[in-house]
Design a protein around this ligand. Structure first.
Ligand code: SF4
Length: 244
């Protein structure tokens, strides 16, 4: 059986989305509406190209020796990968059968009661926590953060490795008290291998404009090195082990 899904694009040489060199699959569809989304064209689950999991596996096999020798593997990103749950499960199962390291890059906006049969095919999660304050999360992402935080606790309870990611958007996601709250939450998790603090940049704006949408964060400047260092410092002082 080969399940079909909607694929936005693939990247055969990713080095930002998990350990080693990654073959990265960007799936269509996202239930969030982040105001700084850099992949605005992934939101519709009807977009992209229809592909079967077998087609993707055949392409991945061509690069397998290359990324495996770097300690890498395949990362499934989006959009939100869990939105195409059957496709996700099928390709993860095939990847694990082929002995390939698997990683999912997710917002965590999922019902944890529905994913037990998927997560055991995943070696590592990259979990974006966009804002620890629920009201501010709704303001920037269009949905509450409760599912994301529940998902983080769910992975922790099962001891599944996770890298937490937080994007520093100046004046929006870098308030000192919020960062301290985020750090305190992270310290309650027992499965966090790494915390990545990433700078916001406005390079996604062009996609919004190409699609005919106004870019909501036009008035927000890009994050600079010091913005990131400041957030890392607060995290570190609140007990999160972080590379500075
Ligand atoms: S979760 Fe990712 S893909 Fe979805 S809207 Fe937010 S930034 Fe864009």
């Amino acid at each position: 059986m080969s399940v079909k899904g909607r694929v936005h694009s693939v990247e055969t040489f990713g080095n930002l989305d998990g350990p080693g060199i990654r073959y990265v699959i960007f799936l269509q569809g996202c239930p969030l509406k982040c105001k700084y989304c850099h992949n605005r064209d992934t939101w519709s689950v009807c977009g992209g190209t229809e592909m079967s999991t077998d087609e993707l596996i055949a392409d991945i096999e061509k690069y397998k020796n290359f990324f495996a020798s770097s300690g890498g593997g395949v990362t499934i990103s989006g959009g939100e990968p869990f939105l195409q749950a059957e496709f996700l499960k099928d390709i993860l199962r095939k990847l694990k059968n082929a002995g390939i390291h698997t990683c999912i890059d997710t917002s965590g906006y999922v019902n944890v009661s529905t994913i037990d049969d998927i997560i055991h095919y995943v070696d590592l999660f990259l979990l974006d926590i966009k804002h620890i304050d629920n009201d501010k999360h709704i303001e920037i992402a269009g949905v509450a953060n409760l599912k994301t935080l529940e998902f983080a606790r769910y992975l922790s309870a099962r001891n599944i490795p996770v890298w937490i990611r937080h994007v520093v958007v100046p004046t929006i996601t870098d308030d000192e008290n919020d960062i301290m709250d985020l750090a305190r939450f992270i310290t309650t998790l027992k499965n966090v291998e790494r915390v990545d603090i990433l700078p916001y940049h406005s390079t996604g704006k062009i996609k919004w404009e190409q699609l005919g949408f106004e870019y909501p964060f036009d008035h927000i400047r890009d994050a600079e090195k010091n913005d990131v260092l400041n957030v890392k410092r607060i995290m570190s002082e609140t007990g999160v082990k972080i590379d500075t």
